[in-house]
Design a binder for this molecule. Sequence first.
Ligand SMILES: [Zn+2]
Length: 284
Amino acid sequence: MSQTCPVCHSSRCATKKTVSKYTIWECRDCGLFWVPGVGEAELADFYSSAYFSGSQEFGYGDYLKTEKVQRLNAVNLLGTIANHSRANGGLAKSKLLDVGCAYGFLVDEACKAGAEAEGVDYSESASRYAQTVLGRKVTLGNLHAINFPAEHFDAVTSVGSIEHLNDPVAMVEEIARITKPGGLFVVTTLNTKSLIRIFRFKPPEHLYYFSHRSLALLLESKGFAVESVKAYLANHALGEAVGLLLKALFGPRINIKPLIERMPWKQMNLPLPNNEMLMVARKR
Ligand SMILES: [Zn+2]
């Protein structure tokens, strides 16, 4: 079997390694790593509500407990958007979409800042939370299925979600279609070529592993001009950060929940350098 790179279309691709039943491919030209052939049904199955509560071997250890830090990161990211915004009235008057919005904290913070914000997410429990507890407009399911009008949004965000998709190329294409010319697309994801080059292949949770180069190639190929790329300094609750570090070092089998529960300083928030990047691109 051979593969063509979904980003740069090079045929110089080879298998990198196999993790459980998943084969990870590497593009020798743009450096992309990806896992082909994972279907929608398999993903839907994987993202049950257990994913966000720490009871699966993958996922977020009690995501809701990290609300404070999630909101802090959301506000920082909205600041980045405001800095780049050319919309009249800045963020306050803009239409914003958060793709892969999880519990909707970014959507909520954007609305509080005056934006007309909404979200979309695959998780039923997370989107229900955003709708009922936060009272925000969040659609469950696939971005394509919503079929937003063309050139509708001033800004689209994708925070730590593009690596989870089985076809991010199609997603970026759809985002390009629904973003206004001059509008922004803001992406955070793992950078395989960051200064801290420690990352693990963890399919089916992460299916695409970009470098700043391959992500820029993808965005540029779909009609965006990359304006900035930098290390993403996200805040982490200290307990969560230690848990993620332990998982990175010892693998997904380690049960982080009891460890984190025992930490007296688990609620402290710290902006930590990690292996993620923050890319801001503008629709041409
Ligand atoms: Zn490639």
